[in-house]
Design a binder for this molecule. Structure first.
Ligand SMILES: NC(=O)c1ccc[n+]([C@@H]2O[C@H](COP(=O)([O-])OP(=O)(O)OC[C@H]3O[C@@H](n4cnc5c(N)ncnc54)[C@H](O)[C@@H]3O)[C@@H](O)[C@H]2O)c1
Length: 268
């Protein structure tokens, strides 16, 4: 077990990537403190972990609200006495023309994705300093390397998450607290269901994404969870301040495949 006895707070565990991280962390022996703003899905995920012999508690928490985050940290300390790992996974996104992005749209994304990451990180670090060790994993995105039209608040928030992570990594490196960004490509969570539903057909959606993802498929939540295990564990003891991609090669592709066969081209 790669995380035996480690106390891990994971945010946004109600579904998708966060749910998978909580499940895999518990399987690897972590004492999971799961949180979500949605009580129903969050509690159900934790019940499933416990039913399978894992150790987990659920705390209802909106990470953008300081009082909620204080309560989350207090519950973790009350239950386990320390915090070894924090995974800032809770995130929201939407696609909208920039001219139509209202201040409340902006605040909604920035408040969860960036302010929530700051709030959880600061309060967790205050506890990690007491034990003299910690690993923080902030879930970023490939949008933290390049941007997509219509996603300005998300892109700004996630670039901010990278800056925050690097700053924390540098400031706490000599106190044995590491911080890294884990940036997924397209992962088969609700967003992938929404993409398929919006396409003229599932075949069209698959054709487009096959041409744009060298591995030809979206990632699975567990493929992100196992990278999070590595970053949370002592196996990654010399890694801090990094932004690590798990994107099936998406950001290594210069342009998507040409729709026609070109004859070979030789430079003179
Ligand atoms: N799925 C992808 O393709 C993809 C790609 C790159 C990055 N990411 C990032 O991974 C993370 C998870 O994505 P996902 O696809 O699993 O999302 P999702 O929408 O399926 O799940 C997000 C979970 O977070 C919870 N949540 C949202 N706002 C919250 C808040 N303020 N406080 C507490 N909980 C909150 C939701 O209730 C939900 O359970 C996000 O940070 C997202 O930006 C996802």
């Amino acid at each position: 077990m790669r995380l035996k006895e480690k106390v891990a707070i994971i945010t946004g565990t109600g579904r998708g990537i966060g749910k998978s991280i909580a499940k895999v962390f518990a399987k690897e022996g972590a004492k999971v403190v799961a949180c979500d703003r949605d009580l129903g899905t969050g509690q159900a995920g934790v019940d499933a972990i416990v039913a399978n012999g894992g150790e987990a508690i659920f705390v209802k928490c909106d990470v953008s609200i300081e009082e909620n985050v204080k309560n989350l940290i207090a519950k973790a300390i009350e239950t386990h006495g320390r915090i070894d790992i924090l995974v800032n996974n809770a995130g929201v996104n939407f696609v909208k023309k920039f001219e139509e992005v209202e201040p409340e749209d902006w605040d909604r994304v920035i408040n969860t994705d960036l302010r929530g990451t700051y709030l959880c990180t600061r309060l967790a670090i205050l506890e990690m300093l007491k034990t003299g060790a910690g690993s923080i994993i902030n879930i970023g995105t490939i949008h933290s390397l390049a941007c997509m039209a219509g996603a300005a608040p998300y892109d700004a928030a996630k670039w901010g998450v990278v800056g925050l992570t690097k700053s924390v990594a540098v400031e706490f490196a000599d106190r044995n607290i590491r911080a890294n960004v884990l940036s997924p490509g397209l992962i088969a969570t609700q967003i992938w269901e929404d993409i398929k539903a919006a396409a003229p057909s599932i075949e069209e959606a698959m054709k487009y994404w096959k041409a744009n993802i060298p591995m030809g498929r979206p990632g699975k939540p567990e493929e992100i969870a196992y990278l999070a295990v590595f970053l949370a564990s002592d196996e990654s003891s010399y890694i801090t301040g990094s932004n690590i991609l798990a994107d099936g090669g998406l950001t290594s592709l210069l342009i998507s495949k040409e729709p026609f066969e070109s004859k070979s081209i030789e430079g003179q």
